[in-house]
Design a protein around this ligand. Structure first.
Ligand code: PLP
Length: 436
């Protein structure tokens, strides 16, 4: 009998966000995972310093999650999420509302972070329409932002390469400057300077009319483009400017959600309440595809409770919104976060992690190191075309037994939140072995 995942050629699968040609010349394959590790097809172990892709917060192959999914698939595998219900998404939304900040208590599900972003954009526009402001159709985000790859997220993207390739099919968005000024290099935690960069939103609002802007999207810590930690006072200032102009503030917590910063959400860590929050990844520990958008009470009330039964309130949804398997995985994941006090654990472990990563500052191949919580970014000195140093670094670290994600020439370190100090030491030692 043929195993279901047996293959004879690499030719047919078109890999996402990958240099397919280069990969297929020199593949990096993993065939097994458990706890903090992957196993290569050669049998060698690779430490997962990236939580897969910021998802696997609780370590790999958690039995509790696998069992929950298995049981769910043997009880109710699928039902239409439109106009009929099943317990999963109701239970999960109720559970999430107990850990979401403030009155962010209503949750809409999809299957990815990208879907959550496009959903949030549509929700923002519908909210303003219901408020008698249908002209609010423009969006603001930031340079070096990553908000997924659907058309909405691509439009918000501040990674110019990702946008430029799709010019002509993206929406009209406006970009504030990013918050990395280069003035406080090799510093962990929040930069002291830079809160005034939030005034870019005010400048955009006065240029195009704040009354035309639906929402401002930011990652509290810009994750994928290099761990850009918000300067002290920056998010607070953004909140004030949004309020001044009636703009909805959206925190994209796809990376920062579920403990990465030492509290449930970065919104809690930095004490700033957005109107809308997007999440995905660690929501299911990466075990099932799931994304979610959570909104404050006034948004849900305006769109759902005020019209009172005048038909479908939000003309949007996915075949897999609130999929039973994903809900089962997410509920089991949230159980573990709570039982194992994971968010508190991160707050305790973060100083050790950040101090250890900072010991790499003497390496001449690096040009900056930043971090917050269990998230750190290391900028590599460019070698030739942008991204080449990163590609080479990723391959060498993998060869040396460490998986970290690179975006361009920046290494992003985000180990599972259950990591122990020796794992952190191993990450740092492997960087030194490869670069020192
Ligand atoms: N938003 C942020 C902040 C992300 O980091 C990502 C993915 O890395 C996304 C959105 C898109 O999520 P997905 O890849 O699940 O569509």
């Amino acid at each position: 009998m043929k195993l279901t995942n047996e293959y004879t050629t690499l030719e047919n699968h078109w890999m996402p966000f990958s240099s397919n040609y280069a990969f297929k010349q020199s593949p990096r394959m993993v065939v097994k995972s458990e706890g903090m590790y992957y196993w290569k097809d050669s049998g060698e172990k690779v430490l997962d310093g990236a939580s897969g892709l910021f998802c696997v917060a609780l370590g790999h192959c958690r039995k509790e999650i696998a069992d929950a999914v298995y049981n769910q698939m043997n009880t109710l595998d699928y039902s239409s999420p439109f106009q009929m219900g099943q317990p999963g998404p109701f239970a999960l939304a109720e559970r999430l509302s107990s850990i979401l900040p403030g009155d962010i208590d209503h949750v809409f599900f999809g299957s990815s972070g990208s879907e959550a972003i496009d959903t949030a954009m549509k929700l923002a526009v519908n909210y303003h329409q219901a408020n008698g402001q249908p002209q609010r159709t423009r969006f603001v985000s930031r340079e070096r932002a990553y908000h997924g790859v659907n058309i909405g997220g691509t439009s918000l993207s501040g990674i110019m390469g990702n946008r430029k390739s799709f010019d002509g099919i993206t929406l009209n968005t406006y970009h504030m400057r990013h918050t990395w000024t280069g003035e406080e290099k090799y510093k962990m935690g929040q930069p002291q300077k830079g809160a005034e960069l939030a005034d870019d939103l005010h400048r955009i609002a006065t240029t195009i009319g704040g009354e035309n802007i639906a929402a401002c999207f930011v990652e509290p810590i810009a994750g994928s483009t290099g761990v850009l930690v918000p300067p002290v006072g920056y998010l607070e200032r953004l909140r004030e400017i949004c309020d001044e102009h009636g703009i909805l503030l959206v925190f994209d917590e796809v990376i920062t959600g579920f403990g990465r910063t030492g509290k449930a959400f970065a919104s809690d860590t930095y004490g700033v309440l957005p109107d809308i929050m997007t999440m995905a990844k660690a929501l299911t520990n990466g075990s099932q595809p799931m994304g979610a958008v959570a909104v404050r009470k006034h948004i849900y009330d305006k769109l759902v409770n005020e019209p009172q039964g005048k038909g479908v309130e939000f003309l949007h949804g996915y075949t897999y919104s609130g999929h039973p398997a994903a809900c089962a995985a997410a509920l089991a994941t949230l159980d573990i976060y709570e039982k194992e006090n994971i968010f508190e654990r991160v707050a305790e472990l973060a100083p050790y992690f950040l101090e250890k990563i900072a010991t790499l500052s003497d390496i001449s191949a690096f040009t900056d190191i930043r971090g917050y919580g269990l998230l750190a970014g290391i900028d590599l000195k460019p070698q030739g075309a942008p991204g080449m140093a990163g590609l080479e670094g990723m391959a060498k670290l993998f060869e040396a037994g460490l998986h970290v994600k690179f975006t361009g020439d920046c290494a992003l370190i985000s180990p599972p939140l259950v990591c122990e100090k020796p794992h952190i030491d191993q990450i740092v030692d492997t960087f030194r072995e490869v670069y020192g």
